[in-house]
Design a protein around this ligand. Structure first.
Ligand SMILES: [Zn+2]
Length: 283
């Protein structure tokens, strides 16, 4: 369980300067990070993080002056970090295949699967199965792979940055310019405010028509100053106060993991989602 004292301790363990009653973390220790064009990069602005009582603040320095530009209260910070911890898949993200909520979301079900036996006889067995998120083909659960989704730019290597954005917008709270609209964001947001819910079904992408809201995609992929503040404090927490940030907490969560068939998960990802099975009738 996340304890604010732990975060405070991480902050207090560092050398700091005091301006008024506000504790300033030395910028060189923090090296604040942001996400630009899907990449995790150092911030260009002269930001720092400070804490005053239960408010964590993003501070903009200008010469000897500074001003608070954003803040997050103790409870919001705790609920966000705690939520990420609760959906983090620890060391083996493939264990998500055993997560009943994830299986329900992606339409995992007991279905009848056809086999051909050694005598050429068609036989059928009921077994756990799940559709590929991209092409929709239903395969036994044992045959599905787990893929890290890289939203919007699937061919870019900057998957971690997009995973961070995906997590931030699912948390909402103005961490991205536009909040997440997808089913997983709905789950995250209703969990965060404590509303009981059944996990909604995440539709496959087979024949899916993309959202036509102009600019909405770009705004969902744009981090705000509040998002920068949250991301860096979360990193401070997940990285145990070291500068060796651990993005795993943003990458290996159900928000970012989809069931994918081996065809769609192969290196030929340009084929992803274009596989349309033809209705040949062999039997
Ligand atoms: Zn597929």
């Amino acid at each position: 369980m996340v304890d604010l004292d732990d975060i405070n301790q991480l902050v207090d363990d560092r050398s700091y300067t005091v301006i008024g009653s506000t504790i300033m973390l030395p910028k060189i220790e923090m090296e604040l990070l942001t996400v630009k064009n899907g990449k995790i990069v150092a911030v260009e602005e002269n930001y720092g993080i400070s804490r005053k009582n239960n408010l964590f603040k993003l501070v903009l320095y200008c010469g000897t002056q500074h001003k608070d530009v954003e803040f997050i209260g103790k409870n919001k910070l705790l609920s966000g970090i705690g939520y990420i911890e609760s959906i983090y898949q620890t060391t083996n993200y493939r264990n998500i295949k055993k997560d009943i909520n994830w299986l329900n979301m992606y339409s995992g079900k007991i279905r009848t699967i056809s086999f051909l036996d050694s005598k050429g006889v068609l036989c059928r067995k009921k077994m756990a199965s799940i559709p590929c998120h991209y092409c929709g083909i239903i395969v036994p659960l044992s045959h599905i792979t787990v893929d890290h989704k890289a939203p919007s730019l699937e061919k870019t290597p900057n998957r971690r940055g997009y995973a961070v954005l995906k997590t931030l917008r699912a948390l909402s709270n103005y961490y991205t310019v536009a909040p997440g609209e997808g089913k997983k964001s709905i789950i995250a947001q209703s969990t965060l405010v404590g509303i009981p819910h059944d996990p909604p079904m995440v539709p496959t992408k087979m024949n899916r028509v993309a959202s036509t809201t102009p600019g909405s995609r770009a705004n969902r992929d744009k981090i705000t100053e509040k998002g920068i503040l949250f991301f860096n404090i979360a990193n401070l927490y997940f990285g145990n106060g070291s500068r060796m940030y651990n993005y795993d907490h943003f990458v290996h969560t159900f928000l970012n993991l989809a069931p994918v068939c081996s065809h769609c998960n192969s290196s030929k990802q340009e084929n992803r989602g274009t596989f349309i099975p033809k209705p040949y009738q062999f039997y």
